[in-house]
Design a protein around this ligand. Structure first.
Ligand SMILES: Nc1ncnc2c1ncn2[C@@H]1O[C@H](COP(=O)(O)OP(=O)(O)OP(=O)(O)O)[C@@H](O)[C@H]1O
Length: 292
């Protein structure tokens, strides 16, 4: 009896999510109509540098003169505002239309943490509810004209990132981030498969936290390994966008709330982020002339 009830609940929830996706598709499409290119950033495992990649790719795009926005869809660990130095709160504007905040560099940001009561208040929502909040945000945020909107997805391969990806009409691509560690690469392959199942075009894979250059002797140390990201990209026949070194400046920049591309522009990590961004743009251009 209990099993039957659980099955019934699962089916009704699935139907409800399906209906909600269908109902919100139109409003989300309308809200994103002036966004030329929508890219989701995904990782299998948490803590591999997905958000770091998002804020630095955004900065590298901004440096090139593009209008850029970041949608922080990682409800449990929303670190985009912290990593971009946004401490203020946004107005709910009666929840009809929400305005993203702008970073010092002029990148527009929306995140649950911008209207959350306090840093210590945990998010206790279930997966279904979290995805619903993100869809609601996607439908109500007024981005204005953007060349690129980067969506920082929650880590993992469960319902949440998948439902969010499904909610974005005309998603132009997915970028996958992994560290070179075996544990990260193994989960990352699942993330690639789930993106593929959705039919989302995968623009490429980034290996973050790759070689570390010793500031004293200049020698390179592969603390977490090296090359497994590139091997994974080859296995799945997706473009390899490049390697970001494990770097003291990158870590410090995140804590200081300024992307490393801006705060340490000549650092190896910044150069690597610019190269990764350049490759991503080339791929978009080759794919479907998607570069604005
Ligand atoms: N290349 C790097 N060199 C040094 N530190 C890094 C690098 N990339 C990320 N970090 C640091 O590692 C930590 C995790 O990074 P980040 O928050 O970007 O990961 P994430 O994958 O988005 O995590 P989650 O999805 O769990 O929120 C942060 O403290 C960040 O500053």
């Amino acid at each position: 009896m209990i099993e039957e009830m659980e099955l019934f609940e699962k089916i009704t929830l699935r139907e409800r999510v399906k209906k909600e996706l269908a109902d919100q598709y139109g409003p989300i499409k309308e809200a994103l109509k002036d966004v030329r290119c929508k890219i989701a950033i995904l990782s299998g495992k948490g803590g591999v540098g997905k958000t770091s990649a998002v804020v630095n790719i955004a900065s590298a795009l901004k440096e090139k003169g593009f209008e850029v926005g970041i949608m922080d869809a990682d409800v449990h660990g929303p670190s985009v505002p912290k990593m971009t130095g946004l401490n203020q709160r946004t107005d709910l504007h009666g929840a009809w239309q929400m305005k993203p905040l702008k970073t010092e560099q002029g990148i527009k940001v929306m995140s649950v943490s911008l209207f959350w009561p306090g840093e210590d208040t945990p998010v206790m929502w279930t997966g279904h509810y979290k995805a619903r909040v993100i869809r609601q945000l996607l439908a109500t945020v007024h981005w204005g004209e953007l060349d690129y909107l980067l969506i920082d997805l929650p880590p993992g391969t469960g319902d949440e990132p998948v439902t969010i990806m499904k909610s974005i009409p005309g998603l132009d691509g997915v970028v996958v981030v992994t560290s070179p560690q075996e544990v990260s690469v193994a989960v990352c392959s699942k993330a690639i498969s789930s993106a593929r199942e959705l039919g989302a075009p995968i623009l490429g894979l980034i290996e973050n936290m790759s070689d570390f250059r010793c500031p004293h002797c200049g020698g390179e140390i592969s603390l977490l390994g090296r090359g497994r990201g590139e091997d994974l990209a080859r296995t799945y026949k997706i473009p390899f966008l490049g390697r970001i070194p494990l770097s003291e400046q990158a870590g410090r920049a995140a804590d200081e709330g300024v992307p490393v591309v801006v705060s340490y522009p000549g650092s190896p990590a910044s150069e690597a982020f610019r190269q990764v961004t350049g490759r991503m743009l080339e791929i978009l251009k080759e794919r479907e002339g998607k570069q604005p």
